[in-house]
Write a protein that binds this ligand. Structure first.
Ligand SMILES: *[C@@H]1O[C@H](CO)[C@@H](O)[C@H](O)[C@H]1NC(C)=O
Ligand SMILES: *[C@@H]1O[C@H](CO)[C@@H](O)[C@H](O)[C@H]1NC(C)=O
Ligand SMILES: *[C@@H]1O[C@H](CO)[C@@H](O)[C@H](O)[C@H]1NC(C)=O
Ligand SMILES: *[C@@H]1O[C@H](CO)[C@@H](O)[C@H](O)[C@H]1NC(C)=O
Ligand SMILES: *[C@@H]1O[C@H](CO)[C@@H](O)[C@H](O)[C@H]1NC(C)=O
Ligand SMILES: *[C@@H]1O[C@H](CO)[C@@H](O)[C@H](O)[C@H]1NC(C)=O
Ligand SMILES: *[C@@H]1O[C@H](CO)[C@@H](O)[C@H](O)[C@H]1NC(C)=O
Ligand SMILES: *[C@@H]1O[C@H](CO)[C@@H](O)[C@H](O)[C@H]1NC(C)=O
Ligand SMILES: *[C@@H]1O[C@H](CO)[C@@H](O)[C@H](O)[C@H]1NC(C)=O
Ligand SMILES: *[C@@H]1O[C@H](CO)[C@@H](O)[C@H](O)[C@H]1NC(C)=O
Ligand SMILES: *[C@@H]1O[C@H](CO)[C@@H](O)[C@H](O)[C@H]1NC(C)=O
Ligand SMILES: *[C@@H]1O[C@H](CO)[C@@H](O)[C@H](O)[C@H]1NC(C)=O
Length: 394
């Protein structure tokens, strides 16, 4: 009845003839059943990507063992990060991730029995990209809500800073009604109190006035001077456009914009520039149009014109109408033979006499530009009788 300790070296020795022989017996044990599978890990609180998890599987008794590793219900296989060693009795996971939380078990099998360890879970602390969502541009009076998120384990605690000063705690920060002073950098600090790590993200908020530009409602200018209009914009528009009477301003060799379109220059300004101007600023999220500016160009009077009959009979009345292109409209004076006879654009003669024959002069005067301009017209007066006689002759 061989026992395991009967294994060993046996020697036979003879005297006649002299002989000696050695034989080694190995008493093979039957496979021992497995009992008490124990799983150990050298640490269970790990920091993602920084730490290595090491599991060791052992049994109290059992022989001819083979090992299988389970993560939850799926079998663990070797890979770059996952190594099996010691005849598969140790499992090493380098650079643990949050997907390595387990629970892990080891299963031990031999020909006659099997056993499975208690599970061990890992606690993998991690921090990921912190993000802030909100609009980038907002108008005064509006309220902007910033939301900060950070995927981390345990959840992060959040603090908010505006231009470097602490303003609030919590993942959501709501500004009050915005003023132009609310323009600036908003920072969320996500703090993971277990890893002791902070992650910070900032967002620029551009605050623009309700009206991006207030142009003067009325600008009066003198023709032939140069003149510049400016679009006053808070913030940083990506483009600015100028409108005249609701269509794009036509740029020519008198009309220029600066490189960023903030100013529109007229050199010289002309009375054809009269109109309603607006600037429109646009960025990726919005566009705003300024108030309207009426550009009024004072000029003239240009050469006046007299309308009316050049020839008339005695006793008739003649009406002369003087007009001149001018801003503001001109005032008019009438002169006949060097004496003032009337004011106003319309001059009606009295009943004509032969003495009414002569040169009538209209002076147009612009009391804003201080200029005047003169035109004359010859009136030929013929006697009624002369006219009949003339008719008789015919
Ligand atoms: C676990 O084992 C690894 C590798 O030997 C070692 O770097 C690490 O410090 C150990 N962790 C603990 C908590 O003992
Ligand atoms: C993780 O590792 C990085 C560098 O490898 C180190 O800077 C950081 O402090 C480590 N974090 C922890 C919590 O150990
Ligand atoms: C370790 O396990 C792998 C399967 O994961 C197997 O192919 C290999 O033969 C095992 N090695 C030992 C020594 O049991
Ligand atoms: C483990 O042993 C049980 C009986 O004790 C058996 O029903 C089961 O199939 C075995 N499992 C494996 C994987 O051999
Ligand atoms: C860490 O923060 C969590 C909430 O995120 C809190 O429940 C826990 O008490 C904090 N732990 C410490 C040590 O401050
Ligand atoms: C992380 O932020 C918290 C709260 O703002 C602060 O108290 C702590 O000092 C910061 N820690 C580090 C390491 O920056
Ligand atoms: C300036 O205005 C012109 C014409 O309206 C336009 O084509 C151009 O894109 C504008 N540039 C900028 C910087 O706003
Ligand atoms: C501007 O252009 C007009 C024609 O559009 C031309 O008559 C004038 O001479 C130009 N003036 C200058 C300063 O180039
Ligand atoms: C622009 O509008 C004004 C009236 O607001 C008008 O008198 C002027 O003729 C217009 N100019 C053009 C070029 O259409
Ligand atoms: C300006 O923005 C409004 C919406 O706010 C949009 O309907 C309009 O088309 C935009 N205009 C231009 C010229 O981009
Ligand atoms: C210019 O004349 C207008 C009438 O055409 C008058 O209403 C205005 O007061 C005058 N302005 C000056 C400065 O004289
Ligand atoms: C017209 O202008 C000239 C010079 O500019 C001035 O001498 C004259 O008195 C003016 N006439 C009137 C009617 O205003």
């Amino acid at each position: 009845s061989l026992q395991l300790n009967d294994s060993g070296r046996y020697t036979v020795q003879g005297m006649e003839p002299v002989l000696k022989s050695v034989v080694t017996f190995s008493i093979l044990s039957p496979t021992e059943p497995i009992s008490n599978v124990i799983l150990r890990s050298n640490a269970t609180d790990l920091v993602e990507l920084n730490d290595t998890a090491i599991f060791t599987c052992s049994v109290s008794s059992g022989t001819s063992l083979s090992y299988r590793w389970l993560n939850g219900s799926s079998e663990v296989t070797a890979s770059d990060r996952v190594r099996l060693a010691g005849g598969n009795s140790t499992l090493t996971i380098v650079c643990v991730t949050r997907y390595d939380e387990g629970p892990f078990r080891c299963e031990v099998i031999n020909g006659i029995s099997n056993g499975t360890s208690q599970p061990i879970g890992l606690n993998v602390r991690c921090e990921y990209q912190t993000d802030v969502t909100s609009s980038e541009v907002a108008m005064t009076g509006h309220i902007v809500t910033f939301k900060c998120s950070a995927s981390s384990q345990p959840p992060s605690q959040f603090s908010w800073f505006f231009n470097g000063s602490h303003v609030a705690a919590g993942s959501v920060y709501e500004t009050g009604p915005l003023t132009l002073a609310s323009h600036g950098e908003y920072t969320c600090v996500a703090f993971n109190n277990v890893t002791g790590r902070n992650s910070t993200i900032s967002k620029m908020l551009t605050v623009v006035g309700e009206s991006w530009s207030n142009l003067n409602p009325l600008i009066e200018y003198f023709e032939d001077d140069s003149f510049t209009m400016t679009c006053n914009i808070v913030g940083d528009p990506s483009s600015i456009h100028w409108w005249k009477n609701r269509t794009s301003v036509h740029l020519d060799n008198r009309t220029h914009v600066s490189f960023d379109n903030r100013t529109l220059a007229f050199n010289p300004v002309q009375h054809s520039d009269y109109g309603e101007y607006q600037c429109m600023a646009r960025n990726s999220v919005s566009n705003r149009t300024s108030t309207r500016c009426t550009l009024l160009v004072n000029y003239g009077p240009k050469q006046p014109v007299i309308a009316g009959a050049p020839i008339a009979e005695t006793e008739q009345r003649v009406t002369f109408n003087c007009s001149a292109s001018s801003q503001p409209p001109s005032q008019f004076c009438w002169f006949f033979n060097g004496s003032q006879v009337a004011t106003g654009s319309v001059y009606e003669t009295g009943p004509l006499t032969l003495a009414s024959h002569g040169e009538y002069t209209c002076v147009a005067f612009n009391n804003v530009t201080g200029r005047n301009s003169t035109v004359s017209k010859m009136l030929t007066v013929v006697g009624k009788s002369d006219y009949r006689f003339f008719a008789l002759l015919c």
